[in-house]
Write a protein that binds this ligand. Sequence first.
Ligand SMILES: Cc1cc2nc3c(=O)[nH]c(=O)nc-3n(C[C@H](O)[C@H](O)[C@H](O)COP(=O)(O)OP(=O)(O)OC[C@H]3O[C@@H](n4cnc5c(N)ncnc54)[C@H](O)[C@@H]3O)c2cc1C
Length: 231
Amino acid sequence: MITNRALTHDLIEITLQSAEDADFLPGQFAMVSLDGPFGGSGHHERAYSMSNLANSDGIWQFQVKRVPDGAVSGRVTELSVGSTIHLDGPYGHAHLKDTTRDIVCVAGGSGLAPMVSVARGLAARGDAAERRLDFIYGVRTTRDRCVEEFVTEVAGSVMRTRLIEVLSAADEAWDGLRGYVHEALARYSPGELAERDIYVAGPPMMTDAVVRTLVLEWQIPVDQIHYDRFF
Ligand SMILES: Cc1cc2nc3c(=O)[nH]c(=O)nc-3n(C[C@H](O)[C@H](O)[C@H](O)COP(=O)(O)OP(=O)(O)OC[C@H]3O[C@@H](n4cnc5c(N)ncnc54)[C@H](O)[C@@H]3O)c2cc1C
């Protein structure tokens, strides 16, 4: 690990450097282990999504949420610079697709990283200046907020960005949107999402609720909805 940075009180951005190229598509994940080669008994490995883009410098960036009593996230977020982490990958089907549709990224909590990678991937495209990016991010309270810097970063490259933050357990001081991520979809008018590619990442309950809402209420074709199930 070459750097770590706290994005919030429990979401830590870690940057690794490998000897080989960092070769993956925006939105994919890697299997991460602290204990050495993969597959042994009692072995602790977990999936973490890259938040950056492929590069020939071997740089892999992750955003890991510290889960209370979590066997791996607890250790990963406590690691110091210079530590060795084992990566296996990339994996995942919910990567940025090669279409000309505008994009909506929908993330909750620990699902931020792959959506940041998808947004960065869109911004790096030759046709970015003709593409709109909407970013919906749901967290619990104001101390979980951190998304703005990532949307600001890509805003100059795409035609238009729209950021919707929604908090499910905010205190009285929060004057923004309240509720769950799938409820934030009600901000759109009928038909507005029909021609978009929609990427979704986060805890299973959130992803299920968003996908259900998109398919049943918005009637978005399933081939325009992209997600890898967190487990
Ligand atoms: C495709 C994929 C991509 C993923 N990408 C990311 C990512 O970018 N960043 C990230 O932080 N995580 C990501 N995850 C989740 C990650 O793989 C681990 O599941 C998570 O870090 C918990 O592992 P742990 O060993 O710390 O907890 P465990 O020891 O496995 O679980 C401890 C307890 O915490 C509960 N728990 C597990 N996950 C959560 C959670 N997210 N919130 C609340 N409680 C939980 C468990 O049910 C259990 O009761 C991803 C998962 C998948 C499948």
